[in-house]
Structure formats: structure tokens, C-alpha cells
Write a protein that binds this ligand. Structure first.
Ligand code: HEC
Length: 474
């Protein structure tokens, strides 16, 4: 797949997603939630008013053996015990996890609760969380998530289990998974099955060409364990595109009807795993399930377009010292990740047509980075993904900002490092030649444990403003 098209693309083999662990929301300095004024019945009971809601919206994750496993909400007793906690998470919209706001365009598989559902759950808890009569329970009619079922035409798995090294707390490891297809195919959908859920922080899938085989062998030979270390990117030169990834709670994905991501004979998938080892360290043999169609089918070829914007985050107010110098930050990423990392901050400014002065207003508490990309041809966009690390506070993607017909495509007002994903638009978006796509990220450096000037870098304590679009060229 080629990326010559359409947008001014800044291709940085970026780590896409990071997510892990539990988070203690109770410590958040949260704004008081607004519960909509909605007419709800009196004397709310669990069986009559809440159970079906919990079953449809929560149990998918909150049951044994599911990714979250936390606080199983499968039985009446479990729910009753957690009532106050449930109300707290629901009224703050922490649960179900769904960071995009309704200001952006409607999205598929929207997990957020309606105002009425929130009012019912909160009202039930306020009324004393009565259980009620099991006879009054009416099961929910449909599966709200409308998850696609992915046909397992090809299952890729680590050849042998990999156990992360003892001395690492975060392990970025890449594994080559040969496709072994005898003719070109289209991937039409995928699902990732983490082997050890509490250790899987994120996964990204790249496709690499046959001529990367030697480089992969060399990397694999460097130590005795399966795969190779690949902190940020995959550590292999040549062209490689990512067609997807996984974070906890991520859903199986099917590409839009009539489209597919093309793969060729001889290509391999490189799976980049980020293991977070704070909870467990066990042998891992995760799987990617692919649904395939023949390349002879009339499918249109999906492109993945990547975007990057400058990251220029000063120290928070009151923090001073050499670590607050931009140059020191650049030297630091250069030493850690190599020459490319050293050039990236200036490269991003130039590529976005900006100078450093553009970010003179950035402060440690409120810094932002933004890049406009101009479409060089017409496109149809199906899905978008944004990525930042832990200092991220908001993310947005706009079409033609400032024009007569601006469109806010994706709005994530409260960035949550733990919940990132690819969002599929309910209706595909048409982009005309000359249209402007603006990606904007913002950060709050006062959340940092070790505040310093932060620039673009692959590490968890560095930052990124990265986005990608799933699109068709028209
Ligand atoms: C997509 C998966 C998913 C869905 C759907 C979901 N949760 Fe959660 N929930 C989690 C995860 C994972 C955590 C752990 C904290 C975190 O990562 O944010 C969590 C944490 C919680 C907690 C905090 C206590 C704990 O177990 O850590 C409560 C309470 C909770 N969820 C309630 C709910 C309710 C109520 C719903 C439905 C209205 C819901 N959740 C839907 C995944 C989910």
C-alpha cells in the first residue's frame, strides 16, 4: 500500500496505543457531573430498571475471564455491593469507557450510556439500591455494541511463547508472523486475542514486505528469545504500514463493507507488543485472527494515512532548571532513541509549516500542538485514531476549521491514556481536494512525576501527537 496520495503525510513509524492497568479515578479532581433532568419512575429497583442496562452495557467486560475482570457485575449480589461505585463511575462517564464526546460526529459501536440510562442508574442508587422482584426483570432486547463477528480465515500466533525478561517493567517486543499466503488477499476484519490480558498493554500490527526478511532474521538472532526488542516502531527499515492494533477493551474490527486492506505474497505481519509487567510476568502466545477475501473480489483498497503534529511542552510553572530547556529535551531523545528522534521536533515544525514561535503561548499547564493537512485528492474517511501518552488532555480532528462548513470529526475532551481506540464513523466522511484536516492535541505537564521540557519521543514519559485515518481514495 502506498502513501503517496492525498495528504501531506508525516510518516513516523509510531507506537500507536498505550493502555494498561487500573486507574484510581477517585483521586481525580473531577468536575461535578451533570445528570440530565429526565423523568424517571419512582421506587427504582435493580431487577426492573437497572439489571438489563448492566447486562447490556457492563457485563461484556465485567465478568470472569473478560479483559477487565475487575469487579464482576454478573450477579445481583455483585452489583448491589458495587452500587455506590457504579453510580460514581457512571455519572462521571468514566464507565462504560468511551472518551469521544457527542460534539464530534456519530460513531459506530458507541458504548456511552444515554442520559436516561445514567439517570436511572443514579436514581436507583439514590433510592437505596433496592433489588426488587426478579419477575419484573425484562432482558435487554439487543446487543448494544453490535460487535462484528470476525471469521477466522487465518490465525496468526507467536511460534513459541515469549516470557518478558526479569529486569524489565515495560517490554516492547516485536514478533514476525509470516502470512504464508500463496496469492494476494484482502484483510476484511481482525480480532486480537491477548494471551495474558493483564500483561498486554497494547499491540500494533504492521505489514512488512518480503525484502525485510533478512533484517528480521538478523534482529531475531540477536538474542535467544522469540522476537526482538523494538522500543517504539519495529526497528526494521523499509516500508511498513500498520493496519490496526489493540488496547484493553478494543473490539473486533471489520473494515467498511466493500473494502479491505491488501496483503501480498511473501509479506509478514510484525506484531509489536507492549507488555506492562507490573501485575504479572508469564509466557505469552497472543493471537491475531484475520478474516480474508481473495484479491480477485471487487473490494476497494483501504489506505492508512498517518498524521503527526509538533510536541512542544514547557515545564510547569515553578519548575526550573536545565531539564526545562528544549535543547536538553532534544539531546535526551536523541541519546535514547537515535538520530531520527533528535531531528523529529524540528522536522515536525517544518512539515506543518510552523516555527517554534507558533508555540510561544504554550505553558506547562496548557500546551497544544496542531497540524493542518491539505487533501491533494478526494477521499472517503471511515475511521480515525488519535494517540498521545500520559500527559495528554484533549484531542480533536477537524475538517475545514474556520471555513463556512467546518466539521468536528472527532472530539476527545478528556484524554484518557488507558482508553484509546480506532473510532469508526457512523457515516463515511467525504473529503474534497483542497480540504483541510486539522489535528490538535493538548497536554498538561503538571501531571508529570518528573517535569521537564517534553518533545516528541517514543517512551511513555515522552509525548506524541499522532493520528491515523482509515480511508479510500476516490
Ligand atoms: C470495555 C470494557 C468495559 C465496559 C463496557 C465497562 N467497564 Fe467498567 N471497567 C473496565 C476496566 C478495564 C476497569 C478498570 C479501570 C480502568 O481501566 O479504567 C473498569 C472499572 C470499573 C469500576 C471501578 C472498580 C473496578 O472494578 O476497578 C466500576 C465501578 C465499573 N468499571 C463499572 C462499570 C459499569 C457500571 C459499566 C456499565 C455501565 C462498565 N463498568 C462498563 C472495563 C469496562
Amino acid at each position: 500500500m502506498r502513501l503517496w496520495i492525498a495528504l501531506i503525510l508525516l510518516l513516523i513509524g509510531a507506537g500507536i496505543v498505550q493502555a494498561h492497568g487500573t486507574e484510581d479515578h477517585e483521586d481525580d479532581d473531577a468536575e461535578a457531573p451533570v445528570i440530565a433532568e429526565i423523568d424517571i419512575p419512582e421506587n427504582l429497583t435493580y431487577q426492573e430498571h437497572v439489571r438489563a442496562l448492566v447486562e447490556a452495557n457492563c457485563v461484556g467486560c465485567h465478568s470472569d475471564g473478560q479483559i477487565a475482570g475487575y469487579a464482576p457485575l454478573t450477579s445481583t449480589e455483585e452489583v448491589a455491593l458495587a452500587a455506590e461505585d457504579i453510580k460514581f463511575h457512571v455519572i462521571h462517564r468514566y464507565m462504560p469507557p468511551w472518551p469521544p464526546s457527542r460534539e464530534g460526529l456519530p460513531l459506530q459501536h458507541d458504548r456511552s450510556l444515554s442520559d436516561k440510562d445514567i439517570a436511572l442508574i443514579a436514581g436507583w442508587v439514590d433510592d437505596g439500591a433496592a433489588l426488587g422482584d426478579p419477575e419484573s426483570y425484562v432482558p435487554a432486547a439487543t446487543d448494544r455494541f453490535h460487535l462484528p463477528e470476525i471469521r477466522a480465515d487465518l490465525t496468526l500466533q507467536l511460534d513459541e511463547p515469549y516470557t518478558p525478561a526479569e529486569d524489565l517493567l515495560d517490554d516492547y517486543r516485536c514478533f514476525a508472523l509470516p502470512l504464508n499466503i500463496s496469492e494476494p488477499m484482502f484483510i476484511t476484519g481482525y480480532e486480537f486475542l491477548p494471551d495474558i490480558a493483564e500483561m498486554a498493554h497494547h499491540a500494533i500490527f504492521y505489514v512488512v514486505d518480503a525484502d525485510s526478511g533478512r533484517a528480521i532474521q538478523q534482529r531475531e538472532a540477536a538474542d535467544a528469545e522469540p522476537g526482538w526488542p523494538c522500543y517504539g516502531g519495529i526497528g526494521i527499515g523499509g516500508r511498513h504500514d500498520s493496519f490496526g492494533g489493540w488496547v484493553p477493551g478494543a473490539m473486533p474490527l471489520r473494515f467498511p463493507a466493500g473494502t479491505g486492506f491488501r496483503i501480498e505474497r511473501g509479506q509478514q505481519i510484525v506484531l509489536q507488543m507492549h507488555y506492562n509487567l507490573s501485575i504479572s510476568r508469564q509466557p505469552d502466545q497472543s493471537q491475531i485472527i484475520l478474516e480474508l477475501e481473495s484479491a480477485d473480489s471487487e473490494l476497494a483498497e483501504i489506505m492508512i494515512l498517518s498524521m503527526s503534529a509538533p510536541v512542544e511542552i514547557p515545564c510547569p510553572t515553578g519548575v526550573e532548571g536545565p531539564q526545562c530547556e528544549r535543547q536538553a529535551a532534544i539531546e535526551r531523545v536523541g541519546d535514547l532513541y537515535g538520530q531520527d528522534a533528535r531531528y523529529t521536533p524540528d522536522y515536525l515544525l517544518r512539515a506543518c509549516g510552523q516555527r517554534l514561535a507558533h508555540y510561544a503561548e504554550n505553558s506547562g499547564e496548557a500546551a497544544s500542538g496542531s497540524c493542518d493537512m491539505i487533501a491533494r485528492g478526494s477521499l472517503t474517511i471511515f475511521a480515525a485514531l488519535g494517540h498521545m501518552h500520559e500527559l495528554g488532555s484533549s484531542f480533536s480532528l477537524e475538517l475545514n476549521p474556520g471555513a463556512d462548513d467546518p466539521l468536528l470529526l472527532l472530539d476527545i475532551p478528556r484524554w484518557d491514556f488507558h482508553w484509546q481506540g480506532t473510532y469508526q464513523f457512523a457515516e463515511a466522511i467525504r473529503v474534497r481536494r483542497g480540504d483541510v484536516l486539522r489535528m490538535t492535541c493538548s497536554w498538561d505537564n503538571s501531571m508529570s512525576d518528573e517535569p521537564r521540557y517534553v518533545v516528541w519521543g517514543e517512551g511513555t514519559s515522552d509525548e506524541m501527537c499522532f493520528g491515523s485515518l482509515m480511508a479510500l481514495r476516490n
